[in-house]
Write a protein that binds this ligand. Sequence first.
Ligand SMILES: Nc1ncnc2c1ncn2[C@@H]1O[C@H](COP(=O)(O)OP(=O)(O)OP(=O)(O)O)[C@@H](O)[C@H]1O
Ligand SMILES: [Mg+2]
Length: 138
Amino acid sequence: MEYISHSAADTERIAAEISKSLHSGDFVALYGPMGAGKTAFTRGLVKALVPECLELVHSPTFAIVNEYRGKALTVYHYDLYRLRSEDDLISTGFEDYIDGGALVVSEWSELFEDALPKERINVRIEPINDTDRRITVC
Ligand SMILES: Nc1ncnc2c1ncn2[C@@H]1O[C@H](COP(=O)(O)OP(=O)(O)OP(=O)(O)O)[C@@H](O)[C@H]1O
Ligand SMILES: [Mg+2]
């Protein structure tokens, strides 16, 4: 499936649309360069899936992972950019989150692809220009 986004708000809307086909336990691997809109996409997912979560979705770059806990679902939002090793990833609770029935989203999936579950939803965000993005889901 391919979408074209013309703004950050558009990307959030597309993420909300895609969220309709997601289930607890799914893993969403985001790919794309710096500033592509991976955090914007995650914001759209969390707004749609955990609407009672009032915390603003921001880049977890410094924390590695943010947790958005809702009644029906918890979303773990990873940013793998500053992670040094797979051991560091595991020490964040990664494997428990994956097996624990939460929805896990990762930014910079290209950096630790081997550590990601084989069964996952890949979302590639390619900048076309300043405001347009091609979003491919497979
Ligand atoms: N179509 C678009 N979709 C998403 N963001 C867009 C779009 N057009 C412009 N932008 C801008 O691009 C930036 C995307 O930032 P965002 O933090 O979501 O990217 P990111 O992929 O998470 O970057 P990083 O690799 O640093 O984590 C924002 O400033 C946003 O306003
Ligand atoms: Mg980001």
